[in-house]
Design a binder for this molecule. Structure first.
Ligand SMILES: [Zn+2]
Length: 128
């Protein structure tokens, strides 16, 4: 089962499949943004490109899911939001990939998890 993509997210998922860690960068004002949007929320321009950034950040928050949204998922599982170190306005989500519970403010690193051919997820683990 794959996420349903839309006009704005499809290219981002393609990059995740290629294990590229990117956010959008506005060509006009330089604002970094995630999730992908057609227009810059700062200057309203529609010109942008993908910007590779470090796959690191700090745990902002998390939930413990007891619902098996994905086939094969073993619940409960933890979904974290991580504020990106090189794009502090951006908060990215993903599964917490280690058994120990997340801690708010803890440095974390993204890891790509191959789910199937052509489809990967970004998960997070503590930054050593
Ligand atoms: Zn802009």
């Amino acid at each position: 089962m794959r996420p349903v993509t839309d006009r704005d997210s499809a290219q981002w998922w393609e990059r995740v499949a290629g294990h590229e860690f990117v956010v959008q960068r506005c060509d006009s004002c330089g604002t970094l943004r995630f999730p992908a949007r057609a227009y810059c929320h700062r200057c309203r321009t529609d010109r942008w490109h993908w910007q590779p950034i470090a796959p690191t950040g700090r745990v902002e928050s998390w939930i413990v899911s007891h619902q098996p949204f994905l086939p094969g998922a073993t619940e409960p599982y933890v979904v974290v939001t991580v504020r990106l170190s090189q794009a502090p306005e951006c908060v990215m989500y993903g599964n917490w990939a280690v058994p120990e519970p997340p801690v708010a403010g803890r440095p974390a690193r993204a890891v790509f998890t191959v789910v199937e051919e052509g489809f990967s997820l970004i998960n997070w683990r503590p930054l050593e």
